[in-house]
Write a new protein. Structure first.
Length: 507
């Protein structure tokens, strides 16, 4: 009581302290003053009661805290599982998008996840649109490639037929000229020279068309061997009619080359110089820094600088006032460039301008290898042979027969496969010269039929003489059983070699 009295006597408006009640128990007392009424209110609580209450409060607080923690853990686990499932769904959607598959994402209550889902869905739709467009483009490309392949096949077939149809009429013309040359008719020498130049020009046009077809389809192939380029140059220059050609070349300059193709390069360059030149053409061949340098120069109309880069384009024509005078298809120089490039070389055109002339420079890699000269062989006069000529072109068959008869051969003519088979059975020729484009049976089938015939003697030597002159045609002829393939119009030397054969091969 005294302790409480002392606390209450203090000036403090309120206070707490320890005290002892009337029963002698230790209590904790607290008081406050109500100044308005002049009262003082005091409360005392035994200390053991306070301890028990505090312990119960702490216990309850601990249980409440534990329950709260468990609830938070459960809620966190629930939220984490929901977030994990959402992100797993996003991961599956991203993988499906990367694989180009359809993306199906469920909606999510998590704002960020939902935004990512919507972004993936938009990307999937855009990807699907791109794929659809790509499929359309691929289908269109495949269709275009198919059409291109079909067009290429049609073009190749057309050019092959064109070559055949143009060469067929050339064959009797060339054979007739050969006959006149053999008869040495001096009165028609000038006319024969004109006709032969024009025939050769037509033949070059046909060959150029077929060569361009080979170039564009990548089918032009070379047969490389050690070659004396100086000999090729001199031979090409010596065979030019009309305009003189001045050659400056060493005795020998070796390259790895295809003789017929390099001769074609020379002839095309010389023809170009003759068409556009004025006076003599100069050809210079020399070695320069490991390269064979060939220059063909003329003193003609020359070229403007802007034309120098275009002269090697296929079908490029000179300005019209010149083109009408010179003619041509504009293929010769394009063929020159391709042949030179296939040899590992380069070609360029040079001119100082109109009226200053032009020069074309070809450079080819030099070679250390030299060709071994062939061993000399004793020549024997060709014996007379029995020859069967089969061609549905009456003029071609007749002129070929006349040329062969001029060389002393006995010749019979047939204009169909059926007549040819009868002739082989009864006439028994040593050599059969067959056209391929026969009306009743093509030459390949006819060759096979002749090979299968039992005539009681040696089978005739089979020679294909046809307007089909591509490399594939040669291979097909040899595979069909022909011994030799000649392209119309054949030269006298080719016909003589085709008919001449060892005596033991005669039936």
């Amino acid at each position: 009581g005294a302790a409480l009295t002392e606390l209450m006597r203090s000036k403090s408006p309120e206070g707490v302290g320890s005290n002892v009640n009337f029963e002698g128990d230790s209590i904790t007392s607290a008081f406050t003053r109500v100044s308005r009424h002049g009262w003082t209110v005091a409360v005392g609580v035994p200390k053991p009661a306070i301890g028990i209450g505090s312990l119960e409060g702490i216990t309850l607080y601990a249980w409440g805290l534990a329950a709260s923690l468990l609830a938070c853990i459960g809620l966190a686990s629930l939220l984490s599982n929901r977030i994990a499932r959402s992100f797993a769904s996003l991961e599956r959607g991203a993988a499906a998008l990367g694989a180009g598959k359809e993306v199906d994402l469920p909606s999510s209550r998590i704002r960020e996840v939902q935004l990512m889902s919507e972004a993936l869905a938009a990307a999937a739709r855009q990807h699907a649109a791109y794929e659809q467009e790509r499929s359309k483009l691929l289908a269109s490309l495949e269709q275009a490639l198919g059409a291109s392949r079909d067009a290429s096949l049609v073009k190749d077939e057309f050019l092959a037929v064109l070559g055949h149809e143009l060469r067929n009429p050339l064959s009797p013309i060339v054979a007739s000229l050969d006959l006149m040359d053999l008869r040495n008719d001096a009165g028609s020498a000038r006319e024969r020279s004109i006709m032969r130049r024009q025939v050769n020009h037509l033949k070059r046009l046909v060959d150029d068309l077929l060569d361009v077809s080979r170039i564009t389809s990548g089918k032009m192939q070379l047969e490389l061997r050690p070659l004396n380029l100086a000999e090729v140059v001199r031979h090409a220059a010596s065979g030019r009619p009309g305009t003189p050609v001045r050659v400056s070349a060493p005795a020998a300059l070796w390259v790895q080359g295809d003789e017929s193709r390099l001769a074609q390069v020379l002839n095309n360059l010389l023809s170009n110089a003759e068409r556009f030149g004025d006076g003599a053409t100069r050809v210079t061949l020399a070695a320069d820094a490991g390269m064979a340098r060939l220059e063909v120069r003329d003193d003609g109309i020359g070229m403007a600088p802007e034309l120098l880069a275009r002269v090697f384009e296929p079908f490029y024509q000179a300005p019209q006032q010149v083109a009408r005078i010179t003619g041509g298809l504009g293929l010769g120089l394009a063929i020159v460039r391709k042949i030179v490039e296939l040899h590992g070389g380069r070609v360029a055109a040079h001119s100082d301008g109109p009226g200053t002339g032009s020069s074309f420079v070809v450079e080819l890699p030099l070679s250390n290898a030299q060709a071994t000269p062939p061993a000399p062989q004793a020549s024997e006069p060709a014996a007379a042979r029995r020859v069967l000529v089969v061609d549905d072109n009456v003029d071609a068959a007749a002129t070929t027969a006349l040329v062969l008869e001029q060389f002393g051969h006995e010749v019979r003519v047939a204009h169909s496969a059926a007549a040819a088979l009868e002739a082989v059975k009864h006439y028994r020729p040593a050599v059969a010269i067959l056209d391929i484009g026969l009306p009743d049976m093509d030459g390949y089938a006819l060759a096979a039929a002749i090979r299968n015939m039992q005539t009681g003697g040696a089978a005739p030597r089979l020679v294909a003489l046809t307007g089909y002159g591509q490399k594939s045609d040669v291979g097909r002829a040899l595979a069909a059983g022909f011994d030799l393939h000649l392209t119309k119009p054949a030269s006298l030397a080719d016909l003589q070699q085709a008919v001449a054969m060892p005596a033991e091969a005669i039936g």
